[in-house]
Design a protein around this ligand. Structure first.
Ligand code: 5RP
Length: 212
């Protein structure tokens, strides 16, 4: 089984700050995410900057797009992104329009969504989802539960590549040991570490230890 990938979420507030993070961890991680915060703060220029620095890495634009899928996705692609995200409550038309513009599309699962909707994403050739614990849910004390793990397993059984995210720490990785996770997406757990490069290396080592 292929090892799950490691994705850095660049939820930096500025391009300058994201460059600092990229210099520390860009070579260690597998996927570079231009985070929602950075997309909103700096727009397409932030994607173009990451692409200029890392011509060969997968770049995900975490737009969490809800509408105007074609235009948003086209802008992301032109700026250098391979993948982008749409929010799970977007209409299937928005998702299809976005899907046609980028190499791959991820549906971000937040709040209320159903397996019926997931079935329609799959039927429309949308093959990636991100299972997300929101920052706000985590801050209010919610954590990863058996219910979350079961839902992730069901999505994998449906044929989705499932990435997981939301306040991930190195210690969280082993919770997913029985699941074929596509990627672990970590932001603060790497960016805010005293030594971000070392934190990214330790995430990779833990993934290898748990999933080998
Ligand atoms: C927030 C996000 C974040 O990019 C993702 O959750 C990773 O960040 P962190 O590890 O800091 O929670 O999508 O909406």
């Amino acid at each position: 089984m292929a090892l799950p990938k490691l994705q850095i979420a660049l939820d930096n507030n500025s391009i300058i700050s994201s460059i600092k993070t990229l210099k520390q961890v860009g070579d260690v991680v597998d996927i570079l995410e231009v985070g929602t915060i950075l997309c909103l703060a700096e727009g397409s220029a932030s994607i173009a900057t990451v692409r200029a620095l890392f011509p060969d890495k997968i770049i995900l634009a975490d737009t969490k797009c809800a509408d105007a899928g074609k235009t948003v996705a086209e802008n992301c692609r032109k700026a250098g992104a391979n993948w982008m995200t749409v929010i799970c409550c977007a209409t299937i038309e928005t998702m299809i329009a976005a899907r046609d513009q980028v190499e791959d599309l991820q549906v971000e699962l937040y709040g209320d969504w159903t397996f019926e909707q997931a079935k329609s994403w799959k039927e429309n050739n949308i093959n990636q989802v991100v299972y997300h614990q929101s920052r706000d849910a985590l801050l209010s004390g919610k954590t990863w539960s058996e219910e979350d793990l079961n839902k992730i397993g069901k999505l994998i059984d449906m044929g989705f590549k499932v990435s997981v995210t939301g306040g991930l720490e190195i210690e969280t990785v082993k919770l997913f040991k029985d699941l074929k996770v596509h990627a672990f997406i970590a932001g603060r757990g790497i960016r805010d570490a005293q030594d971000p490069k070392q934190a990214a290396i330790e995430f990779k080592q833990e993934i290898e230890k748990v999933f080998s």
